[in-house]
Design a protein around this ligand. Structure first.
Ligand code: CA
Length: 224
């Protein structure tokens, strides 16, 4: 799940980006309205978080640009306290939700999850392979009906492998999708994470679903 944050206040922006990546999302941060619009139009985001007062182009302009380009991506506005007209205007322009600053991160996360759910067709809420099920709504993983506890990153990693099951995913792709980092960064992170994930979802079960393809990457598939 990839989220774009357009926010010029350095502290708020950094805080949201960090919080979202800790919650298992890939988050891009942009501090200028024009750059934000450009990114929203050229990259595939699942959600956009928009501040109203921005240099370059304000939040309204960014939202209008997104909607004019026919993009249906959910947008949540961050508005200043007491500016009721701002909220109304945002919703009229096609925002999906708004949040009044200052807000608790837990509230922000809950709103985001709701918006992401709303945009999804029902059949994609549960991903399955063999006896494994990953429930995107409840953020829950089971094998043979047994609940498995995963960290946010492990969940994101498993979700990626499951969404692209049968495909060999190179470490570089996993790094960019799950960790938002380049391949040259510490690639050991991926190996360690895959090993941990396997110890939780594969070690105690048959058949083994996650396979290492030497020199290439990882693949998740049912062996039959
Ligand atoms: Ca601002």
């Amino acid at each position: 799940m990839k989220i774009l944050i357009v926010e010029d206040e350095p502290k708020t922006g950094d805080y949201l980006k960090l919080g979202l990546s800790e919650a298992g999302f890939v988050a891009d941060l942009c501090r200028d309205g024009l750059d934000g619009l450009h990114m929203a139009l050229t990259e595939a985001y699942d959600l956009v978080v928009l501040d109203v007062m921005l240099p370059g182009l304000d939040g309204w302009g960014v939202l209008q640009g997104i909607r004019r380009a026919g993009k249906e991506v959910p947008v949540i506005f961050l508005t200043a306290r007491d500016q009721v007209e701002d909220r109304v205007k945002g919703l009229e322009l096609g925002a999906d939700d708004y949040l009044v600053k200052p807000f608790a991160f837990s509230e922000f996360l809950a709103r985001i999850r709701t918006l992401l759910r709303r945009g999804k067709p029902r059949e994609s809420e549960i991903l399955k392979v063999a006896d494994m099920e990953l429930d995107l709504l409840r953020r829950r993983v089971t094998r043979s009906g047994k609940r498995i506890d995963l960290t946010a990153k492990e969940f994101a990693l498993l979700e990626l492998l499951l969404r692209r099951q049968g495909e060999v995913l190179p470490r570089s792709l996993i790094a960019s999708q799950v960790w938002d980092m380049n391949f040259d960064s510490d690639t050991n992170v991926i190996e360690v994470a895959v090993r941990r994930l396997r110890s939780k979802v594969d070690d105690a079960f048959e058949p083994k679903l996650i396979r290492t393809v030497r020199g290439m990457g990882y693949v998740l598939e049912s062996p039959e």
